[in-house]
Design a binder for this molecule. Structure first.
Ligand SMILES: *Cc1c(COP(=O)(O)O)cnc(C)c1O
Length: 454
């Protein structure tokens, strides 16, 4: 084996020992940011370093600064782990170094995306004719979906936004729930609409929009409505069927932000939460959250492939109406691109339809186990646990903050804080494929012990 072979083998060994010990390690980082800055810092090296030495330096510097999100007891934000086959595929994707720009440059990468895209649409209950862009995550997927919406809605108003821009364009009403994800606002900003263009639709106590309010606020004619499948705090989903029917009756476009919640469609136990999902016009979903694919991995789906390409492709002018087949790069905001399809394909092969459904059901069941355990311990579970998200209060805001800090310092498990309806709360997200019942029980015990001391 040559030097580079030994190096890759050594990297694999490091990866193996990390994964084999991650379940027992402290979940949060154990080094301070300052210590990590020192470990990685120093002057720019003048001379080359032996690659084998670089690898050992990297491993030594990162140790203590790695957060065990692939382990079984990380419940912060909405963060999935990384399935074995998906991780291995990602390692190969790095070694193969394919540029998934198009099928000439990376035929295998595009074939994997095409196959995986079809499987994803089937699992998520989306139209088979929809286009799929393999993007960086929910943020890019929201930007792409809203760019398609912008193209379509303005075209209906007789305005070519790709040619003329937004200056002087007809005003487009944009509506989204008050509890929308912050990435929607950033996408609207980047697309030139500005956040002021957004009309917030009031939400009920669970964070899902009130359809009566949407009916009252939505004007007749072309408009963009952002719905949500899976609120980051409560897991609640908007009534997609009622909202899509209403918006389409009035001539608007529906974009669904379903970064993690769209996966409810993949299990018979939760499918009802996203009933009507197929009626929307564009969808944003993540692979790196609930599907447990390594970062970064997201999907931008659009019911009208030509609109999708016209909005974000740089070959759009000759694509539209010309019958030219769209390429992978026509559906994302990137030009050169990592081959994200390999890991997604591997994850879906590893799990199969039943495995995906089981993963979704298991996470929901474990979220309910958290809620029951913490409720039995006398803490306040604030939300109705419909999916994989649990909100917990430990009394006033200050005490809740103290408990969360103690949990993060302790290292048994990791939960973050959120503000929900004006209160500071602990948020639990069960999105990792590695979590078991005993991980939940161990975590509930730790929370009980730490809360008693706080
Ligand atoms: C996570 C999330 C996003 C953003 O997704 P990224 O993958 O972090 O870019 C958008 N919307 C919702 C509802 C999310 O949960």
């Amino acid at each position: 084996m040559n030097e580079s072979g030994h190096l890759l083998r050594r990297a694999a060994e490091h990866a193996i020992s990390y994964r084999e010990s991650v379940a027992d390690a402290a979940v949060g980082a154990t080094e301070t940011a300052a210590a990590l800055a020192t470990a990685f810092g120093g002057p720019l090296p003048v001379r080359p370093t032996d690659p084998a030495a670089v690898l050992e330096e990297l491993v030594a510097a990162a140790r203590g600064g790695l957060v065990a999100t692939t382990g079984p007891r990380f419940f912060g934000f909405v963060v999935g782990g990384a399935l074995p086959a998906a991780t291995a595929a990602e390692m190969l994707a790095a070694a193969w170094d394919q540029n998934a720009f198009n099928g000439v440059l990376a035929p295998a990468a595009i074939a994997a995306e095409t196959a995986a895209g079809g499987w994803l649409k089937e699992l998520l209950g989306l139209p088979a004719s929809a286009s799929t862009g393999f993007v960086t995550g929910g943020q890019e997927a929201n930007t792409v979906g809203l760019a398609a919406a912008r193209h379509h809605v303005l075209e209906q108003l007789g305005w070519d936004v790709e040619r003329h821009g937004l200056a002087g364009a007809p005003r487009v009403p944009i509506l989204a729930g008050v509890e929308r994800h912050a990435t929607i606002d950033r996408s609207l900003r980047l697309l030139g609409f500005g956040t002021e263009a957004l009309l917030a639709v009031p939400a009920g106590p669970d964070g899902a929009i009130d359809i009566g309010d949407l009916r009252r606020l939505l004007p007749d004619g072309p408009a963009i409505v952002c719905l949500q499948a899976g609120n980051v705090n409560t897991g609640a989903c908007d009534d997609l069927r009622a909202a899509c029917e209403l918006v389409h009756e009035r001539g608007g476009w529906v974009h669904v932000d379903g970064a993690f919640g769209l996966w409810a469609a993949a299990s018979p136990a939760t499918r009802h939460l996203v009933d009507g999902i197929e009626l929307a016009d564009s969808w944003a979903c993540d692979g790196h959250k609930w599907l447990n694919v390594p970062y970064d991995s997201g999907f931008a789906f659009c019911s009208r492939p030509q609109v999708h390409a016209a909005a974000v492709s740089y070959t759009a002018s000759y694509l539209v109406g010309s019958g030219t087949t769209a390429a992978a790069a026509d559906f994302t905001l990137e030009s050169s691109r990592r081959a994200r399809g390999f890991a997604v394909w591997a994850a879906l092969r590893e799990l199969g339809r039943d495995g995906v459904a089981e993963l979704i059901e298991r996470c929901c069941r474990l979220a309910r186990r958290f809620a029951e355990g913490l409720d039995a311990a006398g803490f306040e579970v604030v939300n109705d646990v419909v999916l994989n998200q649990v909100l917990v209060g430990f009394g006033d805001d200050a005490r809740t903050e103290r408990v969360i800090e103690a949990i993060q310092r302790d290292g048994t498990c990791w939960m973050g804080a959120t503000t929900w309806r004006g209160r500071r709360l602990m948020r639990i997200s069960v999105s990792g494929a590695a979590t078991t019942e005993s991980d939940v029980d161990l975590s509930v015990d730790a929370i009980r012990r730490l809360a008693a001391a706080a």
